[in-house]
Design a protein around this ligand. Structure first.
Ligand SMILES: [Zn+2]
Length: 169
């Protein structure tokens, strides 16, 4: 699994920096991305990698813009709960949604337990009183956007080859 994740990073020109979870807490490092194409990879106390969060951060990098890939946390602000430094809050929500779906798609492609992340990010909450709710409509927009960009398959959440290899040329 580590090799597959490193392969994706190599394809996209991303560096991973391993940060033990305990150290991260002590130093109050709350971001997954320290700028300059370096993603912080959280390592649990047993030494295993936190694949789900690392892949989520990689997905953020992919859906971000080349300019913001140089910024800490892609210029999105301190956390998913406090995104205020980008143009609009709506844009931050959109990008969080795109990164979430793309990360889930990558997890699925790699054979990781993507369903857990899918539920954790509340994608299973699609209907309300038998009707599609506003949140769902937003989610459908993210899917459309990801498909338009060629990041996930046209018929499913599966990432395309493009995602695995990074942009050509
Ligand atoms: Zn995020």
């Amino acid at each position: 699994m580590r090799d597959k994740i490193l392969e994706i990073c190599n394809g996209w020109g991303i560096a991973l920096k391993v940060v033990p979870r305990d150290k991260r807490r002590k130093k109050k490092v709350v971001r997954g991305y320290e700028g300059n194409n370096i993603i912080l990879l959280i390592q649990n106390s047993g030494g295993e990698w936190d694949y789900s969060n690392t892949i989520h951060e990689i997905a953020h990098w992919i859906v971000s813009t080349p300019e913001r890939r140089k910024e800490i946390n892609w210029g999105l602000g301190p956390s998913p709960d406090g995104f205020f430094s980008i143009e609009t809050v709506k844009h931050s929500y959109d990008e969080e949604g795109e990164a979430s779906l793309l990360g889930i798609a990558i997890e699925r492609k790699l054979g990781l337990p993507w369903e857990r992340t899918f539920r954790y990010h509340q994608w299973d909450d699609l209907m309300e009183d038998g009707k599609i709710n506003t949140r769902t409509i937003m989610k459908i927009d993210y899917v459309k956007e990801l498909r338009k960009l060629g990041f996930i398959s046209r018929i499913s959440f599966l990432p395309t080859k493009f995602v695995m290899e990074g942009p050509k040329g």
